[in-house]
Design a protein around this ligand. Structure first.
Ligand SMILES: NC(=O)c1ccc[n+]([C@@H]2O[C@H](COP(=O)([O-])OP(=O)(O)OC[C@H]3O[C@@H](n4cnc5c(N)ncnc54)[C@H](O)[C@@H]3O)[C@@H](O)[C@H]2O)c1
Ligand SMILES: O=c1ccn([C@@H]2O[C@H](COP(=O)(O)OP(=O)(O)O[C@H]3O[C@H](CO)[C@@H](O)[C@H](O)[C@H]3O)[C@@H](O)[C@H]2O)c(=O)[nH]1
Length: 445
């Protein structure tokens, strides 16, 4: 494969990562077949309809389908036999004990072993525990043995670091590409795949690459929990976590990113990947007390925030609470592990009447909490509200006409779970504004 720059690639799994990865490889002029076992998803993708919301992806999807660089199929065998490089990008959700559920990855490995017809480079894009590369190798070897075939293949770990809401940009402009591989052929193939990317390429063992992904997510999650923990203290001490974080972040050794205090991290990655790493450590009889604490802080952050609300408002029974923002972060429709879900759960338990608005997340939450009132505009959601809780800092929500909102609501309580509005501005408008760790000494009025 030396010197070859246009590779035939199959990407197995067309979720957030698989679809974005497929589009990135198509953009770099490789021929990509994206495969999913979900026929509905494939049918939509074949009409250039993205099965989730992510800005900018749909236009690219159409462009590369038309150019012939990107096609979609539910026929895995076609994807495998027509490609030299196979990417595994299926989900690795949490099992009840916190470990990564590898059943989708193992299933794909078996299918690859049952269908491959010649040498392939098999790359794990999914986030997987250390040792999964070895597992995939042995599953494929067993399947080939069963078929009395003995051709070789290479296993590679190439973890993905994209953020939802910025998936296309992150995939096209990664800050680093981590490649865990064992042979020169695999290394050259991966170098050819990423030839057009201007980013450091870090070559490691497969196990190191697998660990790097978990370590990066665990570190970022810990940074967030660290400021959230401090925010709780700031709230008691009359200090402002926003200023404290700003002061910390100006030290280049610390950096300003991921120091935004709030109601905690959600999403399909941080909660699941920290749990998986903790589980991995437990299996090795090794303690990770720092990460365990970070996880505990995050697990209790919404309850801590809700306690502030109860402290100020008393019982919420029969009160109308408007929740603004449902997704785990702005610019996505993903509500997996979103703090808003815990907030809804607690509001309903306390017999509040909940209405909500989110630009993209309402359909997904409606499936879980049909008893909440989902409104087509934020203003309709806010009518007659006794309290407003901001859970996701969508631009559209921050840019509301807050003077108009003031006239719509019954009581001016505004709880900003993301410290995203300007306290002095909101207070000047007459709101009783409460943020996370910025108000001090519980004196909110
Ligand atoms: N979402 C992110 O931002 C992100 C970022 C980096 C890494 N990751 C990791 O990437 C992996 C995928 O995440 P995601 O969010 O894209 O998941 P997802 O749930 O959105 O998509 C997974 C897809 O795999 C498909 N699938 C499952 N089994 C299959 C099979 N046997 N054959 C073909 N298709 C199959 C499913 O139908 C689904 O469409 C996970 O390990 C995740 O931790 C996710
Ligand atoms: O200072 C901050 C930064 C983030 N968050 C929250 O943290 C969560 C995760 O945010 P972000 O990391 O931006 O989104 P993800 O799409 O989950 O991306 C993370 O998880 C992906 C999946 O593994 C990785 O690829 C990315 O590198 C990693 O940033 C969200 O709920 C944010 O609201 C905070 O509370 N404070």
């Amino acid at each position: 494969m030396n010197g070859v720059t246009h590779l035939d690639v199959a990407v197995i799994g067309t979720g957030y990562v698989g679809t974005t990865t497929s589009i990135a490889f198509a953009a770099w002029d490789h021929k990509v077949i994206a495969v999913d076992s979900d026929q509905m998803k494939i049918a939509r993708l074949n009409q250039s309809i993205l099965p989730f919301y992510e800005e900018g992806l749909e236009r690219r999807l159409e462009r590369y389908r038309e150019s012939g660089n990107l096609s979609f199929t539910d026929d895995l065998e076609q994807g495998i036999t027509r490609s030299d490089v196979l990417f595994i990008a299926v989900g690795t959700p949490s099992s009840p004990d916190g470990s990564a559920d590898l059943s989708y990855v193992e299933m794909v490995a078996r299918q690859i072993g049952q269908m491959m017809d010649k040498y392939k480079v098999i790359v794990t894009k999914s986030t997987v525990p250390v040792g999964t590369g070895d597992k995939i190798k042995s599953i494929i070897t067993d399947e080939l043995k069963r078929r009395n075939l003995s051709f070789s293949f290479d296993i590679v770990s190439n973890p993905e670091f994209l953020r939802e809401g910025r998936a296309l940009y992150d995939a096209l402009h990664p800050e680093r590409v981590v490649i865990g591989c064992e042979t020169e052929t695999a290394r050259k193939t991966m170098a050819a795949l990423y030839e057009k990317v201007e980013a450091p390429m870090l070559y490691t063992t497969i196990r190191d690459a697998e660990m790097i992904k978990y370590a990066a997510n665990a570190f970022l999650a810990t940074k967030i929990s660290f400021v959230n923990e401090l925010a709780r203290l700031c709230d008691k001490m009359g200090t402002n976590i926003m200023k404290v974080a700003e002061g910390m972040g100006l030290d280049s050794r610390i950096g300003p990113q991921f120091l935004r205090a709030g109601i905690g991290y959600g999403g399909s990655c941080f909660p699941k990947d920290t749990a998986a790493l903790l589980n991995l450590a437990k299996e090795q009889e090794t303690m990770l007390p720092v990460l365990q604490a970070a996880s505990n802080v995050n697990r209790t952050q919404v309850s801590w925030f809700m306690e502030r609300i109860h402290h100020i408002m008393g019982s919420l029974a029969g009160k109308k609470v408007t929740l603004l923002g449902l997704t785990f972060k702005p610019e996505t429709d993903d509500v997996r592990e979103a703090p808003s879900l815990k907030i809804i759960e607690q509001l309903l338990q306390n017999k509040a009447i909940v209405s909500t608005y989110d630009p993209q997340g309402m359909e997904n939450v409606k499936k879980i909490y049909p008893q909440v009132a989902y409104k087509p505009t934020p203003y309709e959601a806010l009518e007659g509200a006794d309290a407003i809780i901001l859970a996701t800092e969508w631009r559209e929500i921050l840019d509301l006409d807050w003077t108009k909102v003031k006239d719509l609501i019954a009581q001016p309580y505004l709880f900003d779970g993301r410290n995203a509005l300007v306290p002095s501005v909101m207070r000047n408008l007459g709101y009783c504004y409460v943020g996370v760790g910025i108000d001090g000494r519980g004196d909110y009025h």
